[in-house]
Design a protein around this ligand. Structure first.
Ligand SMILES: Cc1cc2nc3c(=O)[nH]c(=O)nc-3n(C[C@H](O)[C@H](O)[C@H](O)COP(=O)(O)OP(=O)(O)OC[C@H]3O[C@@H](n4cnc5c(N)ncnc54)[C@H](O)[C@@H]3O)c2cc1C
Length: 364
């Protein structure tokens, strides 16, 4: 259940394996991270603190091209996935040094997958991003980074679900789940739905739903804000972690993190800081019009890494939740969904990503 990025990608992948798939979702007023996403398919710096997350992310990044081709074959729609390599720009020597140290710690972890991230100086960056400002002292660069058009991705996935005969039921908020005689019974605002298997992909709401089937999903949601400009001539051929030019020409700016969980608010100071840093990175943005700003609540587990788990007490129940649901979309559709169809998650997936990792007693 849950019908935005994680839920619909998994439902589509599950439908490809055959069988009847039903997606239960809240209505249009639901709080949805997917609605406010920045839409990077991002690799660099993922996995500091949990090395397998780097490998999991690279797997999805590598699968994304094939995933978007499959979607295009099924729907005729192009989600505009591109992987030209991405930058994390630094506006001072201190920022660049901090960035280099973070990447060193990441790549020094035992069992980390081997991939390349480079630290580049101003001139090297300027060769690929000619419009950077003088204040950009350098950047980290990773060839595996990319981005996609997130609104097209929703539309395409919903079209693909429809084509596969998946029953999408909006305004079916699940209130309770029980298992009776080997069958799950989901009480929704529009009556009961029965199923042999249940995959919880309800974002931060997994925290409430997972315990109903013997699972857990400790979450720590946070708010992010994005500023969008009018359409500009193409000037940015690579996404930057805080700024990207969409295939339609608009520039999206934002990478903020606030503890607030109010999805209706917008902290103007945060938008102003995002815009100010963007102008220092690309001075040509100084005179462009902002056409939209929004905030959205990130789906964030307590330690920031994904949770993929299956229930021991309620076999057939699964939970999936993660930040970076755009990046991991290909994995959810092509790797996790077939596991759910087979009735069990692979041990190699559950070992690093089960919520059991939160049971480790604190030292001392
Ligand atoms: C500002 C911002 C920037 C981001 N940038 C990136 C990025 O660049 N790259 C990237 O990979 N990721 C990014 N993310 C994260 C990514 O958007 C999320 O990981 C992804 O959208 C999570 O999708 P989801 O389907 O798990 O959750 P959500 O989008 O939150 O959806 C949850 C769904 O569950 C449904 N639901 C909830 N409770 C119930 C219930 N009881 N019954 C039925 N249905 C229910 C809701 O209706 C909703 O449809 C960003 C997020 C934010 C907020």
């Amino acid at each position: 259940m849950g019908a935005v990025l994680v839920g619909i990608a998994t439902a589509w992948g599950r439908a490809r394996e055959g069988g009847r798939v039903v997606v239960l979702d809240e209505g249009d007023r639901a709080v949805r991270a997917s609605r406010g996403t920045f839409a990077l398919v991002w690799v660099q710096s993922k996995g500091l603190g949990l090395a397998p997350y780097a490998g999991w992310t690279i797997r999805s990044s590598n699968a994304w091209g094939g995933f978007s081709d499959l979607l295009k074959q099924e729907t005729g729609l192009d989600v505009c996935f591109q992987r030209p390599g991405g930058f994390h720009l630094a506006l001072s020597e201190k920022e660049l040094e901090a960035r280099a140290n973070t990447l060193k710690r990441l790549h020094n972890q035992p069992d980390i997958v081997d991939y390349k991230t480079e630290i580049l100086g101003h001139d090297e960056v300027a060769r690929m991003l000619p419009d950077i400002g003088r204040e950009v002292v350098g950047a980290s660069y990773c060839l595996l980074d990319g981005h996609v058009n997130s609104l097209r991705l929703f539309r395409t996935l919903h079209t693909a679900l429809n084509a596969r005969g998946v029953s999408y039921r909006p305004s079916h908020r699940v209130e309770n789940i029980t298992k009776v005689a080997g069958e799950f019974r989901l009480s929704t605002t529009q009556g009961e739905v029965r199923a042999n298997r249940v995959a919880l992909a309800a974002g931060n709401a997994n925290m409430r739903l997972a315990p109903m089937v013997g699972l857990e999903a400790p979450m720590k949601p946070e708010r992010g804000q994005i500023v969008v400009t009018e359409r500009l001539r193409p000037f940015l051929n690579h996404p930057v972690v805080t700024l990207r030019q969409t295939d339609e020409g608009t520039v999206m700016i934002g990478d903020s993190k606030e503890e607030s969980t109010d999805p209706s608010g917008l902290t103007l100071g945060v938008s102003a800081t995002e815009a100010e840093r963007a102008v220092r990175m690309f001075p040509l943005l100084a005179n462009v019009n902002v056409v939209r700003t929004w905030s959205a609540i990130r789906v964030m587990t307590k330690d920031g890494f994904p949770i993929y788990d299956e229930s021991e007490t309620h076999p057939g129940a699964f939970v999936l939740c993660c930040h970076s649901g755009v990046t991991l979309c290909a994995n959810h559709a092509l790797t996790v969904a077939p596991m759910i169809a087979r009735g069990a998650l692979d041990k190699a997936l559950v070992a690093p990503f089960s919520a059991r990792r939160f049971h480790v007693p604190a030292a001392g």
